[in-house]
Design a protein around this ligand. Structure first.
Ligand code: HEC
Ligand code: HEC
Length: 201
């Protein structure tokens, strides 16, 4: 074999080995640690914890780093995520983010109150122009699928969505400056409606 070709094949081998090593590492962390709360592959049946499956990787990376540097500091962040994130390296964070992004997102499609659901859908797609609330869709995507550093909201559990929207009234997620502005014009009834609409996507 000529030397150049040998070197080339060697590099390909290394790259693919480290790629699958990363996926294995993430699967192991998922099984041994994260799934206790987030469910296997990031889909949980508990209202306490967010789904991670189908979240864009850059968003997950940002959040894990914000828990680790203690800047995301709402009560549940402190209680559940500060300790575990402090033991993750940058490399593990990247591997976990790729792992969860690759898992199919949940779609439960439950509607418990049609009028609320419709109100939530209107805010999501058109905002509340007279209250200065922008359409959520413009950043979060038509179905709330998210992209890059903007999170998926579609299919996320209602209780978690409500808690986070309430966190944005305060300053415990300083990296989410844009959301602090968005929630200013939302009432609790709007928050309930949006959360219900999004869970059902
Ligand atoms: C003991 C329970 C528990 C364990 C174990 C746990 N988490 Fe969490 N995680 C939570 C809770 C609760 C939240 C929501 C925090 C909040 O409300 O700010 C969360 C939030 C997150 C978020 C942010 C989600 C979003 O939509 O913003 C990510 C990412 C995350 N966890 C990843 C992980 C990873 C990766 C692991 C394993 C290394 C892990 N978690 C282990 C309970 C847990
Ligand atoms: C200008 C873009 C933009 C608009 C408009 C916007 N968002 Fe966001 N939203 C973001 C970004 C960026 C984040 C992530 C912030 C971070 O990194 O902490 C976010 C985060 C969130 C989260 C937290 C999700 C999680 O997993 O923790 C919720 C819930 C949310 N937005 C709901 C909404 C709703 C509801 C609306 C419409 C009323 C809306 N957003 C409008 C950009 C936007």
């Amino acid at each position: 074999m000529n030397h150049r070709l040998g070197l080339f094949l060697g590099i390909i081998g290394l790259v693919s080995a480290s790629y699958s090593y990363g996926a294995d590492e993430a699967a192991k962390l998922d099984t041994q640690q994260c799934s206790i709360c987030h469910g296997y592959g990031g889909t949980t049946s508990s209202e306490l914890f967010p789904h991670l499956a189908g979240e864009p990787a850059p968003y997950i990376i940002n959040q894990l780093k914000e828990f680790r540097d203690k800047s995301r500091s709402d009560e549940n962040a402190k209680r559940f995520m500060w300790g575990i994130s402090s033991r993750l390296t940058d490399e593990q964070i990247e591997q976990l983010a790729a792992f969860y992004e690759s898992k199919p997102a949940v779609h439960e499609g439950r509607i418990s109150n049609q009028a609320e659901y419709d109100h939530g859908r209107n805010i999501f797609s058109s905002g509340l122009p007279d209250k200065g609330v922008p359409a959520c869709m413009t950043c979060h995507g038509e179905k709330g699928e998210g992209s890059d550093s903007v999170p998926r909201l579609g299919g996320q559990n209602e209780a978690y969505l409500k808690r986070q929207l309430n966190v944005f009234y305060g300053n415990d997620r300083p990296a989410a400056a844009v959301m602090h502005e968005v929630v200013k014009g939302l009432s609790q009834a709007d928050v309930e409606a949006i959360a219900q609409y999004l869970q059902a996507q």
